[in-house]
Design a protein around this ligand. Structure first.
Ligand SMILES: [Zn+2]
Length: 292
């Protein structure tokens, strides 16, 4: 363990603390007011303490986004590279131990037998435990297995085509697009819609074209002549009222995985057909009432 940095921040936007937060953090507004510092001062000190070439490790995907949101609000210059890569230890723990399911920090700490006489949910303690979990994972799996699984922070998305992010991991590939005015515009873009095998680089023909059951996640399926089925997932993410961007992941899968995508599409079709039947029925009965 290298060192630690800990500051309390004086609240400047919210004037009340939810009792549940006060309970889990053992902290109240009075304490923050009397011992807290201004965010901008603490943030600059923290960034200085980290130094320029730091690699950030977090539990979950929110911390760096939240930090940068606050930095912008309080006019602290953002020194992070773009894209900002980091390690989401929660995600890695899920990938390596739990088949992709992300556990709470309490659970991971307990499963690894790392519990100490130290509470959870205060920033420093959570950082401490996250460090412990990461160190143990490094012992168990080694850098070579773990370090390829970088995450990319989405607070500042790519500004243009050149900044778009393409990553290939041992078991999947990921692409982060620039912003588009609408979902439809995004889906029209070639780099969004294409499915390229991440093992051989072949551009693949789709077996199932992109479809979405909920307007948020799109699914697709393609077949590589050499590597088999490739399933795709596109997550539509909204930045604000004027822009969306996509995060696309492609993953090789087997026959069962391919069937699952096809079944999902079938299911969506059936539901849609049923909705339109119900709509017709409603219109009909509406007409009947009128004629009566
Ligand atoms: Zn291939």
């Amino acid at each position: 363990m290298g060192g630690e940095f800990h500051r309390l921040i004086r609240p400047q936007v919210y004037t009340q603390m939810h009792y549940a937060i006060s309970e889990v953090t053992h902290m109240d507004m009075g304490e923050l007011w009397s011992h807290g510092e201004e965010f901008a001062v603490a943030a600059r000190d923290f960034l200085g303490w980290c130094g320029e070439e730091s690699i950030y490790c977090t539990w979950g995907a929110m911390d760096l986004t939240e930090l940068q949101r606050n930095m912008r609000y309080f006019s602290v210059e953002n020194p992070f590279p773009k894209p900002l890569f980091y390690y989401d230890i929660q995600k890695l723990y899920g990938l390596f131990y739990k088949d992709g399911v992300k556990p709470s920090l309490d659970t991971a700490v307990e499963e690894m037998g790392l519990l100490e006489n130290r509470p959870f949910h205060r920033a420093l303690d959570d950082a401490y435990y996250t460090g412990k979990v990461w160190a143990r994972m490094m012992e168990e799996w080694g850098e070579e297995r773990l370090l390829p699984y970088r995450s990319v922070d989405y607070y500042r998305i790519p500004d243009n085509k050149k900044e778009e992010v393409r990553m290939v991991f041992p078991s999947y590939s990921k692409y982060v697009s620039r912003g588009f005015p609408s979902k439809e515009d995004a889906m029209k873009e070639r780099s969004v819609a294409e499915m390229k095998c991440y093992k051989c680089g072949r551009m693949l023909r789709k077996k199932v074209r992109w479809f979405t059951p909920n307007q948020k996640i799109y699914y697709g399926l393609a077949l590589c002549p050499e590597h088999g089925y490739l399933k795709g997932k596109i997550r539509m993410k909204r930045i604000d009222d004027t822009q969306v961007y996509v995060v696309k992941t492609l993953k090789l899968t087997d026959e069962d995985g391919a069937l699952e995508i096809m079944a999902r599409k079938d299911d969506m079709r059936k539901k849609r057909a049923q909705r339109s039947r119900e709509k017709k029925k409603r219109m009909k009965s509406g007409q009947n009432k009128k004629t009566r």
